[in-house]
Write a protein that binds this ligand. Structure first.
Ligand code: MLT
Length: 312
């Protein structure tokens, strides 16, 4: 039996491909962020990174799979704000976002856009609010399941306008966008990493961005504050995690590779085209991710309990 010391492990790791689990289907915003940072991380680590999409239950199925994975450094999770809302939304959640994971670092925080199929009657956010209130039993809102960022944004929007709407859940907002463009669903709140191209291409109608200021590449889209919902701001932060128990040697190498990726000019350029930016290197750290995660779990619990948005 060859017993490798931690030190030996550190020299050796990684000796094979590393899987990044994305807890939503391919083609959506989480998938896009993951593939953008996987490329420079793979180069830095000298190994291929395989992106595995595991959709379902608002991201909790994919997160559960990684929580239960062998903590050998070869299965990671790239997930967003949904890691902090899941404990309040799923009473029987199969994982603990803090105890079952080793944080590697923050990646980016992405603004959201309120969008609709291009022939949806309302032209402004004000008109949208009036329209969905009047037609609340017919209008359909798309999201990626309870726990998704698109679910959270929708929940806050429905709270803000005091109206419960018909929701259509998808395995990710990639397929939801397809139906929005096809006119099968009416509107959605989704991240600029998925909506920028469609908005600029005139495939969907944009009412507002949930960022404090307008976005450079969507100059004509007002902020929610300008459009009448000043309290309605939301940034979708993303983190990279390994299962708890992953050896320090692996975590160190993964953390170093993440820092290289977020500092990569190509990544910064691509993120900028998509309305966002990678975090600064000092946020691509376990400490920064761990403290944001615990702050956000505490922040969202009372808001979710008040909204009564529990997973059925
Ligand atoms: C979400 O709504 O949480 C994500 O945008 C879903 C996805 O990445 O497909």
């Amino acid at each position: 039996i060859v017993v490798m010391s931690q030190g030996a492990f550190a020299q050796e790791y990684p000796t094979g491909p590393i899987t990044f689990v994305v807890p939503f289907t391919a083609g959506g915003p989480t998938d896009t962020v993951t593939r953008l940072i996987a490329e420079p991380m793979g180069k830095e680590l000298g190994q291929q990174i395989v992106v595995q999409n595991v959709g379902g239950a608002g991201g909790t199925l994919g997160a559960t799979q990684v929580a239960k994975a062998d903590p050998d450094g070869y299965t990671l999770l790239l997930h967003h704000i949904g890691m902090s809302t899941a404990p309040s939304l799923y009473p029987d959640l199969a994982f603990d976002p803090v105890k079952d994971f080793a944080p590697i670092g923050l990646v980016t925080s992405v603004p959201m856009t309120i969008i609709a199929r291009k022939d949806f009657p309302p032209s402004t956010l004000e008109e949208l609010i009036a329209y969905v209130k009047e037609h609340k039993d017919e209008v359909t809102y798309a999201n990626a399941g309870i726990g998704a960022a698109s679910h959270l944004c929708g929940m806050l929007f429905m709270e803000a306008i005091d109206t419960e709407l018909v929701t259509v859940p998808y395995q990710g907002t990639g397929p939801a966008m397809t139906d929005l463009i096809g006119g099968q669903v009416d509107f959605m709140c989704d991240q600029t990493t998925n909506t920028t191209g469609q908005i600029l291409g005139g495939e969907v109608k944009a009412y507002a961005v949930t960022s404090p200021d307008r976005l450079g590449n969507l100059p004509d889209v007002p902020t929610t504050a300008e459009a009448g919902l000043p309290d309605f701001q939301l940034g979708i932060w993303h983190g990279l995690y390994a299962p708890a128990g992953t050896p320090d040697g692996a975590l160190q190498k993964l953390g170093a590779a993440l820092k290289v990726a977020v500092a990569d000019p190509t990544v910064a350029g691509r993120f900028a085209e998509l309305g966002t930016a990678p975090v600064a290197a000092d946020e691509a750290t376990p400490e920064a991710l761990a403290s944001l995660l615990s702050d956000q779990i505490a922040l969202w619990k009372p808001l979710i309990d008040a909204a009564g948005a529990k997973a059925q």
